[in-house]
Design a binder for this molecule. Sequence first.
Ligand SMILES: Nc1ncnc2c1ncn2[C@@H]1O[C@H](COP(=O)(O)OP(=O)(O)OP(=O)(O)O)[C@@H](O)[C@H]1O
Ligand SMILES: [Mg+2]
Length: 249
Amino acid sequence: MFTPIRVLANNGPVRVELARWNDQLVVIKKLQNNSQMFSDRLQREAEVLQKLKHVNIVSLLYSQGNMIVYSYVHGVNLSEALQAGALPISRSIKIIIDVLKGLSFTHKNGIIHFDVKPGNIIVRGESALIADFGFAKDQALTAITSDNVMLGTPNYMAPEQFRGERDDPRSDLYAVGAVLYHMLTGFPPYSKQVIQFLIGDRTVELEPLPPSAALLSNIVYKSLSYLPEQRYQDADTMIEHLSKAIGIA
Ligand SMILES: Nc1ncnc2c1ncn2[C@@H]1O[C@H](COP(=O)(O)OP(=O)(O)OP(=O)(O)O)[C@@H](O)[C@H]1O
Ligand SMILES: [Mg+2]
């Protein structure tokens, strides 16, 4: 028996709610109508989360039909945390390393998240968990119908994903770079010119990081490379480079 506490998000027919379940706080994501596309997406998210038990990924407690129950993470989403502007460098690195640990595990399980953005990262002090596997692709399973729809937020989206390619884990690593850039500068890469960049206009320039974060420039620029071959090839390598930087941050 769930006792609702408050609504956390309402996105079209999907409601996300904080509730009490027995003695614990939980988050319930529930479909409010019979949309087949959203229902497929919810079921795919539940299937994916069943495979992903990891400290940096929200944990699935229960799922049934058009409902998913997660254990509640006491924190705020990164999008809320960024409303006050850029975050301190060492906190940004620690948060991003946690996100990468979650993604490393995800990718090793043959799953790509495809919607890494501040709103889908829950932060608790200097640690973080990845949420919302609603757009994830499990390479072991056949694609769901909504795979053909343009999904996600262009601000953090890799160019190849924007073109509709959905089979490269390095698209998630681009998104991580975009989130890190936002944490360090207070705004997402390319701001209003993002679509121009995504469609291949190489004259669009990235505003440099503030001088205090200059030591992270190489890492941020590499992860934001237009071509996947020029980015970090896996999450673990990016973690390694960031861990070295934290020593000097
Ligand atoms: N396990 C959790 N613990 C705490 N908060 C959570 C949890 N899961 C989700 N949330 C909060 O609820 C919000 C919405 O969840 P989620 O992103 O999974 O749903 P969504 O409908 O796909 O939202 P959106 O379309 O905005 O990405 C998240 O931004 C986060 O703040
Ligand atoms: Mg979300």
